[in-house]
Design a protein around this ligand. Structure first.
Ligand code: C5P
Length: 217
């Protein structure tokens, strides 16, 4: 099954809880990051994780190893099951997040290439491929790769084997779920669900793509 992961980038605690409750039956995980945590505080994570769905911390951690470890420790003490870090910071910083995640029974995903147009400025030209190699070396659980460029994500799949790929960019950024869901382990959808007049209905639509898993391995 290709998982459906809600990027819950709303600006208030009430909106977050309300949308999570409405869409929860059609989701496999919820991802939160700076927009919600800066608005509502990290305790929103305790509240959302109590709902029973796995919670992924998208802080795209990119710091020296000690600071990265401190951030990851804080994340895993608030009910998260996964953390996202950047790969360009290098092996030691990635390892700090991977090891801290594993110490807590959690997972660490590494951004290999972002989904927005400007991502090509630096991630193309061999960097994404080097980050994918680092993912395998460090024992990270998977990568974040773009739904907006399925051919790139397919290429990254050949480099990381069966490690997980979670893919943002579906919906608002133009990524087509039918083109990416067969390649990846999870699609990440934000605005196309939480800005919808009917978030539960939108989430239910995306849940239909769960069955595409592995159809384009
Ligand atoms: O609203 P939308 O569906 O575009 O949200 C995508 C989510 O995925 C946002 O939280 C964004 O920060 C995140 N993300 C991304 N591209 C990456 C990594 C994370 O869009 N490469």
């Amino acid at each position: 099954m290709t998982e459906v992961i809600l990027a819950l980038d709303v600006g208030t605690r009430d909106a977050a809880v309300s949308i999570a409750e409405k869409t929860g039956p059609y989701l496999d995980a919820i991802k939160i990051g700076y927009p919600l945590v800066l608005a509502a505080g990290l305790t929103i994570a305790d509240e959302l994780s109590a709902g029973g769905l796995p919670l992924i911390a998208d802080f795209k951690v990119a710091d020296i190893p000690n600071t990265s470890r401190l951030i990851a420790e804080e994340v895993f003490s608030h009910g998260f099951s996964g953390i996202i870090c950047h790969g360009f910071v290098g092996r030691d910083s990635v390892l700090a997040c991977v090891d801290t995640a594993h110490d807590h029974g959690g997972e660490c995903y590494v951004v290999t290439e972002m989904s927005h147009p400007g991502a090509v400025d630096f991630f193309h030209g061999g960097i994404a491929e080097r980050i994918a190699a680092l993912v395998c070396e460090t024992g990270a659980d998977g990568i974040i790769a773009p739904a907006t460029r399925p051919e790139r994500t397919q290429m990254l799949r050949t480099l990381i084997g069966t490690r997980k790929i979670l893919s943002p960019g579906v919906g608002a950024q133009g990524g087509d779920p039918s083109a990416i869901a067969g390649i990846v382990d999870g699609i990440i959808v934000g605005r196309a669900i939480y800005e919808s007049a009917d978030p539960a209905g939108a989430a239910q639509q995306y849940a239909q793509f769960r069955s595409l898993r592995g159809t384009n391995p």
